[in-house]
Design a protein around this ligand. Structure first.
Ligand SMILES: [Zn+2]
Length: 97
């Protein structure tokens, strides 16, 4: 499967299902961001939450031809990322005993 970042036009080819996140149907660390009620496929760099803090970044506004008033539906994630500075590691199933 081939994926295209709508902002930087980077292409990523995934050859196995392991490279794709079952939840999002996108490559790991890629994002689907809802901006102005339209979904954009963004790579790990362009979809990073830092582009959405305090509004959609100038970079994304430019790359995606968005109006200056564009709003992304990421309020919860912005709040979560500023609450915890350290990214939590993926949960593992530790076995005790
Ligand atoms: Zn990108």
């Amino acid at each position: 499967m081939k994926f295209l970042c709508e902002a930087c036009k980077a292409e990523l080819v995934c050859e196995s299902e392991e490279e794709i996140n079952a939840e999002t149907a996108l490559p790991h660390r890629w994002y689907k961001r809802c901006i102005d009620e339209r979904d954009y496929i963004l790579c790990d760099v362009c979809g990073n939450i830092r582009h959405f803090k305090g509004g959609v970044s100038a970079y994304l506004t430019d790359c995606l031809n968005l109006p200056d008033t564009a709003r992304a539906d990421v309020a919860e994630e912005v709040a979560a990322s500023s609450r915890s500075r350290n990214r939590k590691r993926p949960r593992r199933n530790w076995k005790f005993g």
